[in-house]
Design a protein around this ligand. Sequence first.
Ligand code: ADP
Ligand code: MG
Ligand code: ZN
Length: 473
Amino acid sequence: MKESYTTIIGMEIHAEVKTSSKMFCGCKNDPFHAPKPNIYTCPVCLGLPGALPVPNKKAIEATITLGLALGCKINMLSKFDRKHYFYPDLPKGYQISQYDIPFCYDGIVQTSEGTVRIRRVHLEEDTAKLMHSTINNEAFDSAQPRPELTSKGEHVTLIDFNRSGVPLIEVVTEPDIHSASQAKEYAKKLRQIIRYLGIAECDMEQGGMRLEANISLRGIRNQESGIRNQELPPYKVELKNINSFRFLEKGIAYEVARQAEILDAGKTPIQETRGYDAEKQITFTQRVKETAEDYRYFPEPDIPPIRVGHTWLSAIQRAMPEPMDGVFSRWQKQYGVLPEYAGQLCEKPEQATWLEGLFQAFDAAGLAVGMCVNFLVHKRIQVNLFSDSYETICNTFQQATQLDDVSDDELNRVVSEVVLQNPKIAAQYTSGKTQVMNFFIGQVMKRMQKKLDAKKVERAVKKIIAQQNHELS
Ligand code: ADP
Ligand code: MG
Ligand code: ZN
């Protein structure tokens, strides 16, 4: 890289909402566990002419719940819009989405690399799922095609409408993300919040959560003039359909390097949509992006505007659990539990309640809660979280962490034995290979069949080795 660049990233993340029925019809919303393709369908989600959509109240509540959790403002009067594009996964020829009045706007997500502003949280419908296949392979057989229409070896595209019309939340950030690692942290945190609220499973592999990153680079050369360039670059590259956090990070890193090279050559990268090839570890052109105008957005005439209203809004607020960030920072203050560890143990509000009870039990049993949590996270002490009783877990911890008593005389006697029997290792220690200390500590405890304070044993070993060196010299 000849020049220095600031990386600018804005993210668009989709999550399939876990409601029992679809967004605009009564069909079952369970695309991943459906025994067969195209069984959860009706005229609405097949896009048949004349079918009328009826919005799913639970999905709207989930969207507003997420918005509130992200500190968003809520549009008290909202609406749905039609977004037009032509693709076989969209039989109506348009997707019902939200354009200028999303349910939620202006929120915030904190990351260790800075604040990410949330531009909007809106609700839309998912499309059908396309499967590219060759006749007579497994996927095709299970779909039971009509043999008279096809011939063996032919390349075909199969459509499964079980996913068509599944409620989909989209969360859009401002271009506030400045590195691949921050993008990953943001996406993980968003998934953690969504799961905690019970809004969606966010199964990345199955496409229950899909990540998109818009990436551009801004030269910082005119900082020399003292004016920091705040303008957005005149292009952005959209990295689409990423289904893992690792690929997100790698894809962005690749893009940053690719765009820097183009900019270094005095050119501007073209505005386009790219995909990530996990095998080759590169990004590749998918299409040159439409502008908003190409979608010909207009208000959905079959769904009246949605009035949220204060009664409904406060009912949604009351049903929300204590904010996850709040719970975790309280645990840090009260029990010395690292928020990072808390996040690894606790994915649901019910779990938070249970864990808090455990922390109190640890505390009452005289155990250091922070240390216990550390052991739990690193699986150094095995217990069944959320099913064993507090008593059982506390006993396990007490036994595992309790130290046995030993007199100085007895300790010195065993330490002397061990040191005498291992003169070579003692010499290694003397010559500076201090990591052999662990060998002595382990041997002493083993021989005594006791769990001892390792620091105390270490002091005894040092003393004995020093004495012997002294006697020998
Ligand atoms: P579009 O109309 O193409 O969808 P938007 O302005 O709505 O573009 O932004 C979509 C996403 O792209 C948002 O997350 C936004 O923060 C991000 N974004 C916009 N401009 C840039 C840029 N120059 N570089 C990186 N991300 C950007
Ligand atoms: Mg967009
Ligand atoms: Zn349906």
